[in-house]
Design a protein around this ligand. Sequence first.
Ligand SMILES: [Zn+2]
Length: 97
Amino acid sequence: MLDNPMHPREQRREQRQEALEQAMNSVRCGAKTRQGRACQSPAMKNGRCRMHGGKSSGAPLGGAHGKFKHGLYTKTSLKFYEDMKKVLTETFTLINR
Ligand SMILES: [Zn+2]
């Protein structure tokens, strides 16, 4: 029965074993469970499993976020202030030479 080409049981077993090994060697979720230990489910790109935010792309940005008011502290404006500060610092050092 094992030698039947229409029923490649061995091949499927090997594929299953390979997939299982891959799953066992994957990165694990580090979220804290209610038991107080790490979750240990297979993690996604962001280091969390499907139940602990792995599929989530995060909160909506800008006006789509419910707490958005004026944009004074958004990533882009903070970067802009930082860049302006650098330019001003360089300018003052050039002037004061
Ligand atoms: Zn998890």
